[in-house]
Design a protein around this ligand. Structure first.
Ligand SMILES: Nc1ncnc2c1ncn2[C@@H]1O[C@H](COP(=O)(O)OP(=O)(O)OP(=O)(O)O)[C@@H](O)[C@H]1O
Length: 522
């Protein structure tokens, strides 16, 4: 497989290219795919409105840093981005691939070598075998491992194709009209072992892609003449005349998923931004796994299972930034299970991505409904708990049709009747055009639990990495765990006993309500 093929597979079908020069070579393997572009100007963000004070829970430094136009401009200047422009309009297929270092392929495709005895060629193509040595009974000599007519036919076709290749490369013929060598001569050469290495295509000994295409000798010949003339490329065959895989030959056997026939989204799209997506580079090195997962998250309802500390928030912030830019007034909601987590994620996201502060708010149940209603009308990015979100949808404060992206933190909680599931259910009732990005470090201990999360959040694709995954190994720090066991002192035991006795009446009460099953307090 050519290097460019591998790379395009790696980048999800080579969908993203740099439109013009200014290549940035600082990240290996990406020089032709990415370029640094200028940060957004004030003009570009001019429709973002004014900042408000509804963000009272936020980090004071953060607010100081971004709450005035001048400071915001400075903050934007600090952000660096690269933009990626899809070559195709339908950049990725619905194929489940979790290890992006492998080429994308349908899961049902047979991998590894596959060999099938060639079927006999039709009579008109069956070569003469007059030159094959025979013993006195007319049988083929034992010098040949197999006396199979089909095998000889295959070998003849294979040799024929080498001749075609040679003729093509010498430019003496187009391979289609060239005068045919008498078959018996070709076979004699095979028997005498007089192959010229120059006759082999350059890539004939390259390691082949997994499953060679099974082609009949006569098919190989016709493939050669049509395909090679069409593409100007040589094909790779093995000694049995089978054509090995190449991207063109895959098309007829791996059509991919059917085209989706979806109605267009009701969200107002920002046509100027639709042809590219942005990837912040202000954190430093581009990490391949983050880049690949982010790209998937933009186009699929994605469950990301990534160990702690590997930058799930960065992925979320980048997906949010792009949906923010792609749409004109659609809303983005980031839900986290607790208020402290929500607050932490606001700061982290705003520090990473260049979403304008004036469009962001954090809504908690503590804010009066009037304030919340006002925020839902005027802001585009919301950080909140799922319970608040459900309430706001049910009370009509939030318009579920305006939501274009839902980011779910600690997504493993999305089971049973947890509010995450309810949020997705409520959104789905009114809105058939919203993306879900679910983040977790611990997707679940059983397949059933993970499936429940997938079902509960309408997930269509999963990206899982463990600490052993190849593409994250460089970023996982070795842990040195030292275990020390301490005995409780008498004083501690006394306190525990007192606490236990205090809790006992409540535990008994819970037991009678069938809400707790143990005899003693935990
Ligand atoms: N590409 C990157 N380059 C440098 N630092 C990064 C990059 N991505 C993330 N980080 C940093 O790694 C740290 C952990 O990131 P983050 O909190 O997003 O991880 P997480 O996976 O969300 O963790 P948790 O599971 O605890 O929520 C942060 O300090 C963040 O700034």
């Amino acid at each position: 497989m050519a290097a460019s093929d591998s790379e395009s597979d790696y980048f999800d079908g080579g969908d993203f290219v740099v439109p013009d020069g200014d290549e940035d070579g600082q990240h290996e393997g990406r020089s032709s795919k990415r370029r640094r572009i200028r940060p957004p100007t004030r003009q570009e963000d001019s429709d973002e409105g004014q900042s408000t004070d509804a963000f009272s829970d936020m980090d004071a430094d953060l607010i100081n840093d971004i709450d005035t136009p001048v400071r915001y401009e400075k903050q934007q200047a600090r952000h660096n981005y690269r933009s990626f422009i899809p070559k195709r309009t339908n950049p990725s297929e619905n194929i489940f691939v979790t290890q992006l270092t492998q080429p994308q392929s349908s899961p049902e495709r047979i991998r590894g070598p596959k060999w099938q005895k060639p079927k006999p060629a039709p009579p008109s193509h069956v070569p003469q075998v007059t030159s094959l040595p025979e013993d006195k009974d007319g049988d083929i000599s034992d010098d040949f491992p197999d006396d199979d007519e089909e095998l000889r036919a295959a070998m003849a076709a294979s040799l024929e194709s080498f001749e075609e290749d040679k003729a093509l490369r010498n430019g003496t013929s187009n391979g289609h009209n060239r005068p045919r060598q008498p078959t018996s001569t070709v076979q004699s050469a095979a028997i005498d072992g007089v192959f010229d290495l120059d006759d082999f295509p350059d890539d004939v000994f390259d390691s082949s892609p997994p499953a060679p295409r099974i082609t009949q000798p006569n098919q190989a010949a016709s493939f050669s003449s049509n395909h090679e003339r069409a593409t100007g490329r040589l094909r790779q065959t093995n000694l049995f005349g089978m054509v090995t895989r190449n991207p063109e030959s895959l098309q007829d056997q791996d059509p991919g998923p059917p085209e989706k026939d979806e109605p267009p989204t009701h969200h107002k799209l920002n046509l100027d931004e639709l042809d590219k997506w942005w990837y912040p580079t202000n954190l430093g090195t581009i990490r391949d796994y983050q880049f690949n997962i982010t790209q998937k998250g933009l186009f699929h309802n994605l469950l990301v299972a990534l160990p702690t500390g590997l930058g799930k928030t960065f992925i979320a912030a980048t997906v949010m930034l792009n949906w923010f830019r792609w749409t004109k007034d659609a809303q983005i909601v980031f839900v986290a299970p607790t208020k402290p987590l929500v607050s932490q994620q606001v700061s982290a996201c705003l520090n990473i991505a260049g979403i304008p502060r004036s469009q962001v708010t954090m809504l908690t149940g503590g804010a009066p409904p009037g304030v919340r209603a006002e925020e839902w009308k005027s802001k585009r990015v919301f950080f909140m708990t799922p319970q608040t979100m459900v309430n706001d949808i049910k009370t009509g404060i939030a318009d579920p049709k305006r939501i274009v992206l839902l980011v779910v933190d600690e997504a493993h909680r999305a089971t049973g009747a947890y509010s995450y599931v309810e949020v997705v259910k409520q959104l789905g009732r009114f809105n058939n055009s919203f993306r879900v990005l679910a983040l977790t470090a611990t997707p679940g201990s059983t397949v059933e639990t993970v499936q429940e999360v997938i079902d509960g959040l309408n997930i269509s694709r999963v990206e899982i990495r463990t600490e052993e995954s190849l593409d994250i190994r460089d970023y996982v720090h070795a842990r040195n765990i030292e275990l020390e066991t301490f005995e409780n002192s008498d004083e501690m035991e006394f306190c525990l006993d007192l606490l236990s006795r205090t809790l006992q009446p409540m535990v008994d009460q819970l037991k009678t309500l069938n809400a707790y099953w143990q005899r003693d307090p935990p």
